[in-house]
Design a protein around this ligand. Sequence first.
Ligand code: HEM
Length: 351
Amino acid sequence: MSKHIGYNYTTVTQAPYGDHWRNLRRIGAVEIFSAHRLNALLPIRREEVRRLVSKLAAAGSPHRRVVELKSLFRELTFDTMMRMVAGKRFYGDGDDRGSREFREVLKEVVSLSGATNPADFVPVLRWIDGGKFEKTVAGLARRTDSFLQKLIEEHRSKKEGLDSANTMLDHLLALQVNLGVSGDTPKTPWVRPWLSGHVVAWTDTSAVTLEWAMSNLLNHPDILVKAREELDKQIGQERMVDELDISSLPYLQNIISETLRLYPAAPLLVPHASSEDCVVGGYHLPRDTLLLVNAWVIHRDPNLWEDPTSFRPERYGKGGNESCKLIAFGLGRRSCPGAGLAQRVVGFTLG
Ligand code: HEM
């Protein structure tokens, strides 16, 4: 995966700690994930959440009907992502052949990401598998790359119909020009890896979290009632919640934390590798050892959590340090740079 999808270990998720990784993170922090940039893209998120609400209202009327939320959440997060990144939708009015193909490719990439290839751990299996896994991944990487290249060209030529003024891609391209870099060539291979790394990490994580949050709310009617009461008190029934209101909804935030604890979207985080000999939890790890962190188990450890398998948003409100024990976004320098954005999108949509 890291060789092909990860542009030979140069995406932010796959790059080893060092100058290249630091540059990618810095570009993200300053140009993309700063409060200023995220606020500028708020109208997109607001419009996409409104579209979801309209779809739900249309699907549920005139009589109560069953609505399949999973695909609606996936559409919402995917379109929000692609409009913020590239200025166009990939479902709805953007549902052409190219968009469908890209969605399919990304779905496969995500399903093969993480720790799914046994040959990465037992190299002899590579020989038994006859290189089939690698060929599949190399094919997916080629398709992803040609799609991203096309997107970059569309933005460079300011293709008609693109809402191009303030997208992440335009900021990245402007930065390339400002840095005096002539283009996204093999010598300066960072725009496509930047896009690829972030789009893959973004795909599904927020949609899965939304799906679990809704499932938990529906399975715990008492918690749903409390969440509604908080909304009515802080926002009122007349008005739609705005992303900016989320900070006044602590109970809703606790529901998201509890969802991420019991159902972390990346249950094994992202595989880490030791850059030098070290000791973790009393175990000696030689340099270059692959380390998987099982957040799912840690989040359900009875030594750390009271009544660990129950869904109890109240556990965060007692002035304790429960939320410090959450590692759903990782910890330290490799922790998720999209955590703030994800929490905004999930909170806003639930609200
Ligand atoms: C609920 C949503 C999300 C969850 C639960 C999540 C979780 C994670 C986790 C667990 C990691 C690995 C941390 C580690 O191994 O220490 C990670 C890394 C990462 N995430 Fe997220 N993420 C989410 C949304 C996003 C979004 C919206 C973006 C981008 C826009 C994003 C971009 C990234 C990137 C680029 C990395 C790699 C960071 C690095 O290696 O330096 N994530 N995420």
